[in-house]
Design a protein around this ligand. Structure first.
Ligand SMILES: Nc1ncnc2c1ncn2[C@@H]1O[C@H](COP(=O)(O)OP(=O)(O)O)[C@@H](O)[C@H]1O
Ligand SMILES: [Mg+2]
Length: 296
């Protein structure tokens, strides 16, 4: 068997290079060759009467692809020519945009914070009708959360304390998808990152921030290994499966009764920090799962 791992060639991020390398190494351990490919070196020409991917000069197409990037269009085209892609284009797309993700989780009856998706505003809309957004004050009490659809590392998640901040933030991000969400105060500055591969939890981290409501390491959170409870495991697995992910980092919050609820599902969650804190090599789990799935 011969596979590819695809990462983003324009993101010179150590974390993704490591992810890609570890997938390669995990394949080798199982006797499988895995080529590391950059998305920006895979050009797909759509030309009448020619098959997809004809231009690529491949010796042969891979038997499968481990897709750790978010280039959904590329993932779709690989699937279109019959190559199994892990995570699938659909799973990546669902998790890429939180505006798509929360309705999918809700439909699968997964516990999430109360959420309202913002109606679409065209970028040229001027002025924005802010008054209609004030109905949110009947649904949520301040402070509540605004989250952009596309975002990571906590950078596009905002805590809104009053109407002035509400109006300002809406004006600032109006041309992008976003949503409103109840602030889970009992989870302020703490959450769990549970890593699911296939139908099991393989590792967990507890993250805590002293000076921020967000627990992301990138905004100053500290981390320790966390042994997930049965309840946390079930919820994380259910959430990963609801979005169709083969592997995912599922963020959990604690509600006021210390029960877990899902904050989000990440299809390309970093794996090195998990290894640093738990000794678990997620890449090896991903490869074992992938091969098992391909064979079944
Ligand atoms: N509804 C919420 N209530 C309380 N804290 C939240 C809520 N949503 C997010 N957070 C905090 O903000 C962090 C970032 O939010 P998240 O949705 O995971 O976005 P990102 O993709 O940027 O990580 C979470 O890890 C959590 O600590
Ligand atoms: Mg997160």
């Amino acid at each position: 068997m011969h596979g590819w791992v695809i990462y983003n060639g324009h993101l010179q991020s150590e974390a993704f290079l490591t992810f890609s390398q570890w997938i390669h190494d995990a394949g080798k351990k199982l006797g499988i060759t895995i080529e590391q490919r950059k998305n920006n070196e895979l050009f797909v020409l759509l030309e009448q009467d020619k098959p997809l991917m004809d231009t690529l000069n491949y010796q042969h197409n891979p038997d499968f692809v481990i897709f750790i990037d978010k280039d959904i269009a590329l993932a779709k085209q690989l699937e279109a020519i019959g190559i199994p892609v892990f995570n699938s284009a659909q799973a990546i797309a669902t998790c890429d945009n939180k505006v798509d993700m929360y309705p999918v989780l809700h439909q699968a009856n997964i516990a999430i914070p109360r959420t309202v998706i913002a109606p679409k505003i065209f970028s040229k809309a001027n002025p924005i009708q802010l008054s209609s957004f004030h109905y949110l004050e009947d649904i949520f009490t301040y402070p509540f959360i605004i989250k952009e659809g596309y975002g990571s590392y906590g950078q596009q998640v905002y805590l809104i304390h009053n109407r002035k901040e509400l109006d300002e933030k809406i004006k600032e991000i109006a041309d992008r998808p976003f949503l409103f969400q109840e602030f889970i105060g009992s989870s302020c500055g703490r959450d769990l990152r549970i890593y699911v591969v296939g139908n099991e939890v393989v590792a967990g981290l507890a993250r805590t921030a002293q000076d921020d409501f967000r627990a992301n390491v990138s905004v100053g959170g500290t981390v320790k290994a966390h042994l997930a409870t049965e309840k946390e495991k079930k919820l994380a697995i259910d959430a990963a499966q609801a979005v169709g992910a083969d592997f995912a980092g599922v963020d959990l919050l604690y509600d006021e009764n210390e029960e877990p609820i899902v904050c989000e599902v990440n299809t390309s969650a970093h794996i090195k920090n998990i290894y640093d804190y738990t000794g678990v090599n997620i890449a090896e789990h991903i490869m074992t799962w992938t091969i098992r799935k391909l064979k079944s």
